[in-house]
Design a protein around this ligand. Structure first.
Ligand SMILES: [Zn+2]
Ligand SMILES: [Zn+2]
Length: 236
């Protein structure tokens, strides 16, 4: 049996990929590879504004992200695609290029914020929990767990796969009357399959508050991607 976190190199029609030996280690950000539209099904470039006819000179190319067929001009941009675990940059159509570009910004910047963590006060839904203790909340290196470390104790980790909803909590109103974020609420299934909600409040005090809100913003972006991955898993 493979050790936790161990990876292997696999070759698919789209290129080399570095994937987890054990599917249980797979990051929740991962997207499955699309099924390629067969060459024979498509006589024309699938970019509506192009529709070039394929022949000996005009060859077909597949976008690695959506699997559709394009001419070289409409599919010649290469980008790293970490959500599909490709080792090298791969071909993208114009649409997919924009999406991957945004996500790669997440990988470069926001993911680091989530791994570094933020300090929060934790308020459980019905418990009269002691809210005076702060916890450092971070995403584990395999992106599968949220861990909470307090000065004196730990809280049980939350499996990212079991998070059902993420909502920014706004309570403060600034001098212009704008609502300001003060934390984030997570709804998740606990180990017994029961739904739980926990509210994480940023801590007042300049540096931790800023770090906390940056973490909340990164978490929101992360969940947009994760919810997308979940709907995409039904991809044929
Ligand atoms: Zn595409
Ligand atoms: Zn084209």
């Amino acid at each position: 049996m493979a050790a936790t976190g161990e990876k292997k190199l696999v070759r698919s029609q789209s290129g080399l990929r570095m994937v987890c030996m054990n599917a249980n280690d797979t990051s929740p950000f991962t997207l499955p590879e699309p099924q390629w539209i067969p060459d024979a099904d498509m006589g024309y470039c699938m970019n509506r504004n192009c529709q070039a006819k394929f022949d000996f000179m005009k060859r077909r190319h597949h976008c690695r992200r959506c699997g559709k067929v394009y001419c070289n001009t409409c599919c010649d941009k290469k980008l790293p695609l970490p959500r599909m675990c490709f080792v090298d940059p791969v071909r993208h159509c114009n649409n997919c290029y924009e999406n991957t570009l945004k996500e790669n910004e997440f990988y470069d910047k926001h993911l680091k914020t989530l791994l570094t963590g933020g300090e929060f006060l934790m308020l459980d839904q019905d418990e009269n929990s002691d809210s005076s203790e702060s916890f450092l909340c971070k995403l584990s290196s395999n992106n599968r767990l949220l861990t909470f470390e307090g000065e004196n104790r730990k809280r049980e980790s939350i499996l990212v796969d079991r998070i059902e909803a993420v909502q920014v909590v706004t309570t403060d109103i600034d001098t212009q009357g704008n609502k300001m974020g003060t934390g984030i609420a997570l709804r998740y299934k606990d180990n017994y399959g029961d739904s739980q909600t926990v509210k994480m409040e940023v801590i007042d005090g300049s540096s931790s508050k800023k770090q906390g809100m940056t973490w909340v913003a990164a978490m929101q972006k992360a969940f947009k991607m994760i919810f997308e991955s979940r709907t995409d898993s039904s991809y044929p």
